[in-house]
Design a protein around this ligand. Structure first.
Ligand code: AMP
Length: 249
């Protein structure tokens, strides 16, 4: 079984995000970019499926600028077998991403697609669900455990107030949640080897998908800063402040 893992190049999660002065979005120039953390988790899970004898090949795909090759090379250094870069400088919205991924899946015929539950830049949480609908296959979102056997998968999902385990037929789309696993680091020798692994280049046109935006960003704002706290001398003073100042008692 082949596993397809979409990986997105996003602003590194450690970077303090700055809004562009004209409010059209966030500042991306001279900012460290990395693989979306949920996608690292998906790559790790795909590799574990392969190591456990439940998958034969791990293919990673990214839709983005030429520099997204770095993100793909990171996935290859972790252990993925092959990469596909669908190159575009446009800001590609989730529906167009899902349509392109459908094209890739139609060509590659994976038994399982492991998508991140959300990309931490736009926080859309849409691509996996849309892809499952376009492919007309089962979906299991927010996975914290995946067990594959004989054309089926048992997926444990993180839901409000607990965990739910569902059985789905393969092929399917699963979206990974934070507790699915802890991704490995790529070793230096593997980083060197990854430079020679195969990487196919495509364009959205190859899949007949338009990347023209359907949404217009009206404005982007910084969240308002938190007010500084105060230290109180006694419980009585705390209760008094909660009553008179915070108005919560
Ligand atoms: P989103 O729906 O935008 O929150 O993204 C959810 C997941 O879809 C991500 O974690 C990725 O696995 C995948 N995805 C979204 N955008 C891209 C992209 N440009 N290239 C590859 N995968 C993507």
């Amino acid at each position: 079984m082949k596993v397809l893992v979409p990986v997105k190049r996003v602003v590194d999660y450690n970077v303090k995000i700055r809004v562009r002065p004209d409010g059209t979005g966030v500042e991306l120039s001279n900012v460290k970019m990395s693989m979306n953390p949920f996608d690292e988790i998906s790559v790790e899970e795909a590799l574990r499926l392969k190591e456990g004898g439940n998958a034969t090949e791990v293919v990673v795909v990214s839709i983005g600028p030429a520099k997204a090759e770095e993100t793909l090379r990171t996935a290859l250094a972790m252990g993925a077998d092959r990469a596909i870069l669908v190159e575009t400088d446009d800001h590609v919205e989730p529906l167009a991403v899902a349509k392109i991924l459908k094209g890739v899946a139609d060509a590659e015929k994976p038994g399982l697609v492991i998508v991140g539950k959300q990309a931490i830049d736009d926080d859309s949480n849409q691509t996996g669900q849309m892809l499952a609908a376009l492919l007309n296959v089962a979906q299991a979102t927010f996975a914290s455990a995946i067990e594959v056997s004989e054309g089926r998968a048992l997926v444990t999902r993180e839901i409000d107030g607990g965990l739910q385990t569902i059985e789905i037929k393969l092929p399917a789309v699963v979206t990974s949640d934070l507790r699915l696993n802890e991704p490995r680091y790529a070793s230096l020798p593997n980083i060197m080897k990854a430079k020679k692994k195969p990487l196919d280049r495509k364009s959205p046109d190859d899949f007949g998908v338009s990347t023209a935006p359907r949404l217009k960003v009206l404005k982007t704002e910084e969240p308002s800063g938190r007010k500084a706290g105060v230290k109180v001398e006694s419980v009585a003073e705390l209760v008094e402040k909660l009553k008179t100042e915070a108005g919560v008692l």
